[in-house]
Design a protein around this ligand. Sequence first.
Ligand SMILES: NC(=O)c1ccc[n+]([C@@H]2O[C@H](COP(=O)([O-])OP(=O)(O)OC[C@H]3O[C@@H](n4cnc5c(N)ncnc54)[C@H](OP(=O)(O)O)[C@@H]3O)[C@@H](O)[C@H]2O)c1
Length: 248
Amino acid sequence: MSDRGVAVVTGGSSGIGRACALRLAQDGYAVVVAARRAERVQEVATECGGRAVTCDVADPVDVARLVEAAGADVALLVNNAGGALGFDLFEADDLSRWEQMFAANVMGWARVTQGLLPALEAGDGGTIVSISSTAGLLAYERGAGYCAVKAAESMASDALRLELCGRPVRVCDIAPGMVKSEEFSLTRMGGDAERAAAVYAGVAEPLTEQDIAECVSWVAGLPRHVNIDKLTVRPVAQASSYKVHRQG
Ligand SMILES: NC(=O)c1ccc[n+]([C@@H]2O[C@H](COP(=O)([O-])OP(=O)(O)OC[C@H]3O[C@@H](n4cnc5c(N)ncnc54)[C@H](OP(=O)(O)O)[C@@H]3O)[C@@H](O)[C@H]2O)c1
């Protein structure tokens, strides 16, 4: 039963986005799953009884289609599409990866949010939950590009919250630390499974994608007058980007 209204989840084909789609469907939303890989988007939509929209959030035409498919009244937008590309020192970094990261994490955030804003404001109002990162809170070496895009995404949410004050749209920015999700580190390391595994080496319990879905569900389910501005979520083993307890 979909009595909570429509929830749009970008980057819903894997990891945190997929977990959010499944969790929000359980919560009673009619979920619209969006990402680039059509087959995987369809699989997740089928799993959660929702609708699939193949969409590259960096492509204005795709985003217009997503907005159209979502309809005139959207209760919840989970801005999750994106991720990191590369883990290299700045001086050797491939800046075309920066362009891709900005296109997905920042411009994708902007296009989807701007496009869906009228539908989020319609009816009983709506909630925007964006998945930024602790990378946007504190810089780390080899992370210049990713830290920059996540800081931008997070600041854009803050500015939007100010602009929407007095209107029925909540704006929440969730900044996760280390999440051992399906593809994040593998994508970041360009498919190098060894480098990807090293990210989580010795960490007893990194966050899971379900942990973040639980946070999204909680934020969205709070009474309508409650806005969680920012939520920083880390595993207990990670006290900061620089302080991670590793066994062995
Ligand atoms: N894992 C972590 O440690 C961590 C920590 C903090 C924040 N985050 C953030 O959490 C979000 C989800 O990451 P994840 O850990 O779940 O990684 P993931 O498994 O790699 O998922 C990334 C998702 O984003 C989609 N995506 C990427 N570029 C896109 C684009 N241009 N248009 C539409 N969809 C796009 C991917 O699907 P397609 O390839 O099918 O398009 C995929 O569904 C990202 O924004 C990431 O930066 C992750």
